[in-house]
Ligand binder design. Structure first.
Ligand SMILES: Cc1cc2nc3c(=O)[nH]c(=O)nc-3n(C[C@H](O)[C@H](O)[C@H](O)COP(=O)(O)OP(=O)(O)OC[C@H]3O[C@@H](n4cnc5c(N)ncnc54)[C@H](O)[C@@H]3O)c2cc1C
Length: 415
């Protein structure tokens, strides 16, 4: 595959852009692979990429029932941060954040990583205590965060209203190296690199069954026929329960729609990401100028991928208190994605009761930031048949043993 570079752009400009390769090959399924990954979202593609890059396993297929990146990966509000409370979470999210810093160079694909900084607002005394505690925990974990006062919040984000009628801004947890990246580009960059390593990305290929023999995985049945494999990775976010059922086990997961919306584009007015957990809304400005606004999850389990009017109303009402200028914005589009939520708000990266079958899920409302770290850890588990240090705490057995990794504060707002 030809490398992308300034020189390549100049060369192609001179010949009407006729010399570019396809970013990834169109592939048809082979009879058998060493590893089949179900789900071509960010986590599935990153898993395949690190299987090839870190472990030399390249006879891999990634099966996607729709189009790659068309699930939550292409629907999220792209916030990247690693200010989690518990040690195993800080380790995997910080690994992920650090991989984002060099991802464009690593993949030779511009993922538009923008470490513009993330503030999580403290708007109650309870949040002040909670975020101070997180800042102390992060210091011990080697994650750079800081509790800042209201004046610093205002300096970083001049459009904010500190004296909201219900919830004045009392401070915030600031992670200067957090930020955003272009979500589609993350999926496309990994897909291009996987295809370049000879892996097959097969779109419009729905897995409809999982075949096993003597308690060991044999392969999958799909809308494009049966495919055999030695190892199977299930990485399907909101559909994890459906795939687990096919493999004969149950998951402690609920699937629910999470919604977001964007405004019309306006001039640059905000160069940080702000999350307001108490009023429940968060906002950043895209490079196009749209205000990207995240809302909440639906109050009931469902598989819809749509927005709804009452969510716009609730989210915008909450944000107007903190950002009065939002009241004058027109909203352009809204959408939803099916997220997979666990009881302790932490992911599952685990072996399963079916030998040779592994699962990565439970990232819920906050897994975009985790894509590279999660792919790294899941690839390591699949290659070695055992979870490595990054994944060890996230096994399914923690729900049986009561060893929860409680991240309900860090994941308090849907992001
Ligand atoms: C509105 C919204 C805002 C969000 N904001 C943020 C944020 O700001 N920051 C953050 O860190 N996270 C955020 N998230 C969460 C984040 O998007 C997800 O955690 C992450 O994208 C999950 O990636 P994934 O690869 O696991 O899943 P997905 O991208 O959903 O990929 C799973 C894929 O599996 C495929 N699939 C399902 N069933 C089958 C089958 N039977 N056969 C074949 N393929 C199948 C699906 O079609 C899908 O493409 C947000 C999510 C939403 C919905």
């Amino acid at each position: 595959m030809k490398r992308y570079s300034a020189f390549a752009i100049a060369r192609e400009a001179l010949r009407q852009h006729t010399g570019w390769d396809r970013a990834w090959r169109k592939a048809s399924p082979k009879k058998k692979y060493d590893v089949v990954i179900v789900g071509a979202g960010g986590h599935g593609l990153a898993t395949a990429y690190y299987l090839g890059k870190n472990h030399g396993i390249r006879n891999v297929a990634i099966l996607e029932k729709g189009w790659l990146g068309g699930g939550n990966t292409g629907r999220n509000t792209t916030i990247i941060r690693s200010n989690y409370l518990q040690d195993p979470s800080a380790a995997i999210y910080e690994k992920s954040r650090s991989l984002y810093e060099t991802m464009s160079q690593d993949l030779n694909y511009n993922v538009m990583f923008s470490p513009r900084g993330v503030i999580m607002l403290a708007q109650t005394e309870h949040e002040v205590r909670g975020y101070r505690r997180t800042a102390h925990a992060n210091a011990l974990q080697g994650v750079e965060t800081q509790f800042i006062g209201p004046e610093k919040v205002k300096e970083l984000c001049p459009i904010i209203n500190l004296d909201g009628p219900r919830y004045p801004v009392l401070g915030g947890l600031w992670q200067a190296r957090g930020g955003t990246a272009r979500h589609d580009a993350v999926a496309w960059g990994y897909a291009r690199a996987c295809s370049d390593m000879g892996m097959d990305i097969i779109q419009k290929c729905e897995v409809t069954g999982i075949r096993s023999e003597g308690g060991k995985v044999r392969g999958v049945s799909t809308s494009q026929g049966d495919i055999d494999c030695d190892k199977l990775g299930i990485v399907v976010a909101g559909h994890s329960g459906v795939l687990a059922k096919m493999a004969g086990f149950r998951l402690p997961i609920e699937s629910v729609s999470l919604q977001a919306l964007v405004s019309e584009p306006i001039k640059p007015c905000m160069d940080v990401v702000v999350m307001a957990n108490t009023v429940h809304g968060y906002m950043s400005q895209s490079d196009k100028g749209e205000m990207v606004i995240g809302g909440g999850t639906d109050g009931y389990n469902n598989y819809t991928q749509r927005g709804s009017f009452h969510h716009i109303e609730e989210t915008v009402r909450a944000l107007v208190e903190t950002f009065p200028m939002v009241s004058r914005l027109k909203m352009l589009r809204q959408w939803g994605g099916i997220v997979d939520v666990t009881g302790d708000r932490s992911p599952i990266i685990s072996k399963t009761p079916l030998d040779g079958c592994f699962i990565n899920c439970g990232w819920g409302t906050g897994g975009f930031k985790a894509i590279p770290g999660s792919g790294w850890a899941t690839a390591e588990m699949i290659a070695r048949n055992e979870p490595g240090p990054l994944a060890a705490a996230f096994g399914l057995e923690r729900f049986r043993e009561g060893r929860f990794i409680d991240e309900s504060v860090a994941a308090g707002v849907a992001h």
